[in-house]
Write a protein that binds this ligand. Structure first.
Ligand code: MIG
Length: 797
């Protein structure tokens, strides 16, 4: 036997003593005797990048995840050393690098240990594939909790779990199925009530172990690429998530109609069926803004074509639907049918835009159209070409949104259900194999789609929905959680997935309400609608083979309750839009798991059902059949029962009644919740007044309401309206101050205050220091009508 001693399997290799330290502005390089480099960059006082190279080499530095517009800058950076450590100090963190091992400890500025390496960085050389298997292990502490990681269908707290990230088409996945469609290698750790985050920006099939193999160790590793991670400090979980979202990017505001209700099915066709569905929504007065066409609208599943038998005149149909308030959204898959007479195929072939195998042949796989080739969306030129393909669909026919499916990428009838590892990708000029490009393929497709839809829908705003995504996809697209199932367990999964996505920078997410596979009972459908109206993206979708799933497909009671909840969502549109504004501006997740809301309360650490919708509404879905209510945890503070206005003190578990037509819902005392009237679609009515539900509290609480033209880009030029309210309640009086910014003039002139829970009888009211005639007060409902521009209203008991 011949043994190549040079290439002997060495097992795990570790850094040894640091022999050289060098600083270049915000970046420090530590080189060890065995030629391992740690490149440490201070992006912000609380955001540090750690990157490790072996054999003295750092790879080309390129990332799809990091937002190029992410602003960096720190206040303080100092490098010192003592006998055993190099010490880097920023305004928020102290990082200690051990001289003999390169192991790190990260402390907050007060010296509390936040995170420390166990073995730290180590690696194995990967002889069969080349490169390294890069590994990191961190010490974990009793009670430390872990959250994040995208769409994992598991309990919010990941402690004890081992998961991996490889985008996978997962029809009818289940609780704990792993991996599924999305890959977000970012987690939040919560240790001694202090939160930090780790984003392992490595697109290979990454793995995370949260105290699963060893009770006191958390580790992550990948079979290629670099050990390249960002440490993001809090101590608030909000700061960690905001830091992560700034780093990987925020979306632009979507058109308001995309926050309305959406109806989808595989598939509505022909035209008469689509129209019939739309008609029925209007006849039954169930609000709806979006209607979706699945693969059957195409000619033989060829993207960018129409089946003219089913849809003889798509432009007319789309316009007629729009006249009735329905925006049309169509599906587009990555597989391009191999057909020498099909223009898209021909163009891509001529321009050499399809993915190829390592040895040169095209990557051919079977999907809906039969044998297909697949554009390499990791090539910027291909993305530009793809964007141009939307000219007719969006620019001429008038489609308002595009839904990208199968972009894991999914391939039928092959092991692994995706491309083989050897497929080549451009990776924006850093050529690589599918092992590295797989997890970003879907995001780059959605990005190209976004560029196209945005260009041709202009001056309106685009909508893109994707099934697969990598960190950063939120800059381009919303998403749904894929092919779930009409079971009660899946309702639990749906609740966890959307909360988890919100913590992972991708708030604009929803589930197939009612379940994609199989058929829900009317009861399950209602319970799912009751949860789904609180999800940022709210769409019913199902596989047609399993029966109908429209709000009227069950019985009248189901229809009526469905209507009631969709109407509630429409009345809350200004609240939802404000949530989106906070997400788009500051990276604030639209739904907040209880642990995010109050991490100092240890009772929240293992809670997974309850969440906060926006900032002020606590919701807990009913997840079991035949329920009359449930036990749940009410976060600390005072809360109004949404249905009865009874005030309850939180910080405890309690039983809450919730008959078939309600869901446990609580409004935080002191909040101001904006509401519009019910509309059948966004823009159906001129909004004549903004109603504010004011929930009294003996405290000072701030709320805000964001509005603009609901579409278009004028808001970027300052044409928005942001009302900031400050409520101050005392035993005998209540003051509400308003400050408005932005130059947008809302259509309404009146703000109507609905005063809830006032503990005193009003004896006088002053609006901007002028006495208000109490006869104008609607005594029964306690409505107070004010000119929208008021600065301060003072109610005295
Ligand atoms: O192989 O387009 O997840 O939403 O309806 C199934 C048909 C392909 C999977 C998507 C689903 C969609 C379906 N698609």
């Amino acid at each position: 036997m011949i043994i190549n001693t040079e290439l002997e399997q060495k097992g795990n290799q570790f850094p040894n003593a640091v022999v050289n330290v060098r600083q270049e502005v915000d970046t420090l390089y530590f080189t060890t005797e065995n030629n391992i480099i740690l490149e440490l960059t201070v992006l912000r006082d609380s955001v540090i990048r750690f990157r490790y190279g072996t054999r003295g080499i750092l790879e080309d530095d390129f990332s799809y995840a990091i937002d190029p517009e992410n602003h960096i800058g720190y206040n303080y950076l100092e490098l010192t050393e003592n006998k055993n450590f190099y010490i880097i100090t920023t305004a928020k963190l102290i990082i200690k690098i051990e001289k003999i091992s390169l192991q790190t400890k990260i402390l907050d500025i007060e010296g509390n240990l936040i995170n420390e390496d166990e073995i730290g960085f180590h690696y194995e050389e990967s002889f069969p594939l080349g490169g390294n298997i890069v590994k990191m292990s961190k010490r974990s502490h009793p009670g430390e909790a872990f959250y994040g990681l995208g769409d994992k269908p598991v309990h919010l707290n990941l402690r004890g779990k081992k998961v991996s990230n490889w985008a996978t088409d997962s029809y009818a996945f289940g609780k704990d199925t792993d991996p599924i469609y999305k890959t977000v290698p970012f987690y939040i750790g919560l240790k001694d009530k202090r939160a930090y985050g780790i984003f392992f920006d490595n697109t290979f099939k990454s793995n995370f172990d949260f105290c699963h193999e060893r009770l006191d160790v958390t580790s992550f590793w990948a079979p290629g690429g670099e050990m390249n991670y960002y440490f993001l400090y809090g101590p608030g979980m909000n700061e960690v998530v905001e830091n992560y979202t700034h780093l990987t990017g925020k979306p632009e505001l979507p058109p308001l109609w995309t926050l309305g209700f959406q109806q989808c099915k595989w598939s509505y066709y022909p035209e008469s069926t689509v129209k019939g569905i739309a008609r029925k929504f209007r006849d039954l007065k169930i609000p709806c803004d979006g209607i979706y066409l699945d693969i059957d609208y195409m000619e033989g599943f060829r993207c960018f074509t129409w089946n003219k038998e089913y849809f003889p005149d798509p432009k007319r149909m789309v316009q007629e639907l729009l006249d009735d308030g329905f925006k049309t959204i169509v599906i587009i898959d990555p597989g391009i049918k191999i057909d020498p007479d099909y223009w898209v195929y021909k163009e891509a072939l001529e321009k050499d835009y399809f993915c190829k195998r390592a040895d040169g042949p095209y990557m051919i796989g079977k999907v809906w159209p039969g044998e297909c080739a697949f554009p390499d969306y990791t090539n910027p030129e291909v993305r530009e070409w793809w964007a141009g393909l939307f000219k007719e669909l969006v620019g001429e026919i008038g489609v308002r949104g595009v839904w990208n499916d199968m972009n894991e990428p999914a391939v039928m009838e092959v092991p692994g259900k995706t491309f083989p590892d050897d497929v080549r990708h451009d990776y924006d000029g850093h050529p690589c194999s599918h092992r590295k490009a797989h997890n970003v393929y879907g995001t780059q497709m959605a990005r190209a789609t976004y560029e196209g839809v945005k260009k041709f829908v202009y001056p309106k705003r685009p909508l893109v929905i994707t099934r697969s995504a990598y960190s950063g996809a939120q800059r381009y697209t919303s998403s749904w959680t894929g092919d779930n199932v009409a079971t009660w367990e899946h309702l639990w999964i749906a609740n966890n997935q959307v909360q988890r996505m919100c913590l992972s920078g991708m708030s604009f997410t929803g589930t197939d309400i009612g379940g994609f596979a199989e058929q829900p009972t009317g009861e399950l459908f209602v319970r799912w609608i009751q949860l789904g109206v609180f999800h940022p993206f709210c769409r019913v979708h199902s596989s047609g083979h399993h029966g109908d799933q429209e709000p009227w497909s069950f019985d009248d009671e189901v229809t009526n309750i469905t209507r009631k909840f969709i109407e509630m969502r429409y009345t809350l549109l200004p609240y939802l839009y404000t949530m989106f504004y906070e997400y788009a501006t500051d990276g604030v997740p639209m739904l907040k798991p209880l642990v995010y809301y109050d991490q100092a309360d240890v009772h929240t650490h293992y809670r997974t059902d309850e969440f906060i919708f926006g900032n002020n509404i606590l919701v807990c879905p009913i997840l079991e059949p035949n329920s009359k209510g449930r036990r749940m945890y009410l976060a600390r503070g005072n809360w109004y029962d949404y249905w009865t206005n009874e005030v309850l003190e939180g910080g405890r578990e309690l039983w809450v009644d919730a008959d078939f037509d309600t869901i446990p819902m609580f409004v935080k005392a002191g909040s101001i919740i904006p509401r519009y009237p019910v509309q059948q679609f966004v823009g159906e009515k001129v909004i004549e007044e903004l109603k504010l539900d004011v929930y009294f509290a003996e405290e000072t609480i701030k709320s805000q309401v964001y509005e603009d033209a609901n579409d278009g880009y004028d808001y970027k030029k300052g044409r928005y309206s942001l009302r900031s309210f400050k409520l101050t309640g005392k035993r005998n009086d209540l003051t509400i101050q308003q400050h408005k910014s932005g130059t947008y003039e809302t259509e309404y002139d009146i703000i109507k205050l609905n005063l809830i829970g006032l503990p005193f009888v009003i004896t006088s009211i002053k609006v901007d220091n002028v006495t208000y005639d109490l006869n104008n007060l609607d005594k029964k409902d306690k409505y107070l009508k004010l000119p929208k521009g008021f600065s301060v209203v003072h109610l005295i008991g």
